[in-house]
Design a protein around this ligand. Structure first.
Ligand code: SF4
Length: 395
């Protein structure tokens, strides 16, 4: 039985491969799989290829042979997240309320905020993560196009970390007993499935993703690297706020591997102050500085893993700086290869707004694509609850 490790390496996590096989072998279920952005530039390493090589086509071919009914891209939902998160940010920015807005697509960061940074819970974006938005859209809307009940659809995620397994099980993401996402497996786990099935990955031809949830822009793909969410949101916010077309889509100031990156972007005469943080120790330092009044920001992107999701604990090993840099370059190459680079231009996402959602931040999107978070009690290694106010003061 294959096992994966948690992002910190502190826990051994049970494999969910058998649950995937169970779903695939159940004729009553339609099994759809979503592939997270960071997986495509790392999966090849399990088969002797170089880090950063884009192996999306081979992975799609492998998943279709394993028996998945539909193969989709989490980057579609990342584009959707950009639409909702930008609208949320613009509203807060105009009103000057609940700033800075923190991103909330990394479940390890959300958990950290619930336990250690409770003063900032209202500052977390209410957007569900792309993984959860995907599940919600697939089960509540796409299922209608297929003419099936949400209970008869199984959503499997291929993710770069085990924190996503925890996220999928959170009660916030279960509606009427039906979870947005049913099973999460890591990059390592899907590689193990492919190997055990006898498929020769390197000899598989490339195949294309299914539509409509398989179409994404480059903005949705760069979510997988630190700075990517900020850059994707800026590409949308620029056009929304200024009304002008954004020609140069690359915001290089938010790229790179510095633990805390800062940038100021002028949008229609107003300065947006950004911080991009990866690695939870850097988050602690940043929050301390904000609390002391030493730093002020409008938008903060937080990813728990070094380098962002490309460095997740479920990715192939070695997972060192050199490897992560190559995977990051792979992410930016995916963006360059994409026909479109702005989430607001994704025709499939726009079709969902036209058919189902209405505007961004509408009642429908708030019901299905947003959530809220509450303070959580910290529990120490002996199972003893720690004082919440004490834990909050630690950062
Ligand atoms: Fe998972 Fe790490 Fe990405 Fe957070 S940064 S979602 S823990 S891979």
């Amino acid at each position: 039985q294959c096992v994966a490790v948690c992002p910190t390496g502190a826990l051994t996590i049970k494999s969910d491969i058998s649950r995937v096989w169970e779903a695939i072998n159940d004729p009553a279920k339609t099994v759809v799989v979503q592939i997270a952005p960071a997986v495509r530039v790392a999966i090849g390493e399990e088969f002797g290829m170089e880090p950063g090589e884009i192996q999306m086509g081979q992975l799609v071919a492998a998943l279709k042979r394993l028996g998945f009914d539909k193969v989709f891209d989490t980057s579609f939902a990342a584009d959707l997240t950009v639409m909702e998160e930008t609208a949320e940010f613009i509203e807060r920015f105009k009103e000057g309320k609940k700033l800075p807005q923190f991103t909330s697509c990394c479940p390890a960061w959300v958990k950290y905020a619930e336990e250690y940074a409770q003063d900032f819970l209202d500052n977390l974006s209410s957007c569900k993560s792309p993984q959860q938005m995907f599940g919600s859209v697939a089960k509540r809307f796409y299922s209608q196009d297929l003419g099936i009940d949400p209970e008869d659809m199984v959503v499997v995620s291929i993710m770069p970390c085990t924190a996503k397994k925890f996220e999928a099980q959170r009660p916030e993401f279960i509606t009427d007993g039906v979870p947005d996402v049913d099973v999460v497996i890591t990059t390592q786990e899907v590689a193990s499935m492919i190997k055990k099935s006898g498929l020769v990955f390197s000899e598989l031809g490339i195949e294309s993703l299914d539509m409509p949830l398989g179409f994404s822009t480059g903005a949705g793909v760069i979510f997988g690297v630190t700075g990517g969410v900020s850059e994707a949101v800026l590409r949308n916010a620029y056009e929304k706020i200024t009304g002008d077309n954004l020609d140069d889509v690359e915001f290089k100031e938010v790229r790179g591997f510095d633990g805390i990156k800062e940038a100021e972007v002028e949008l229609d005469g107003k300065t947006v102050r950004l911080a991009v943080v990866h690695g939870l120790s850097n988050v602690g330092d940043l929050i301390k500085a904000i609390k002391k009044g030493e730093k002020e920001y409008d938008l903060i992107e937080v990813m728990a893993c070094p380098g962002g999701c490309i460095g997740g604990g479920g990715q192939p090993t070695p997972n060192n700086t050199e490897v992560r840099e190559k995977r990051a370059q792979g992410m930016y190459n995916c963006d360059k290869l994409s026909a479109l680079h702005k989430s607001q231009e994704n025709p499939m996402v726009n079709d969902f707004y036209r058919r189902w959602f209405g505007e961004e931040n509408s009642d429908v999107t708030h019901k299905h694509l947003h959530t809220s978070y509450e303070e959580k009690q910290r529990i120490n290694t002996k199972g003893i609850e720690l004082n919440t106010s004490e834990s909050s003061e630690e950062v």
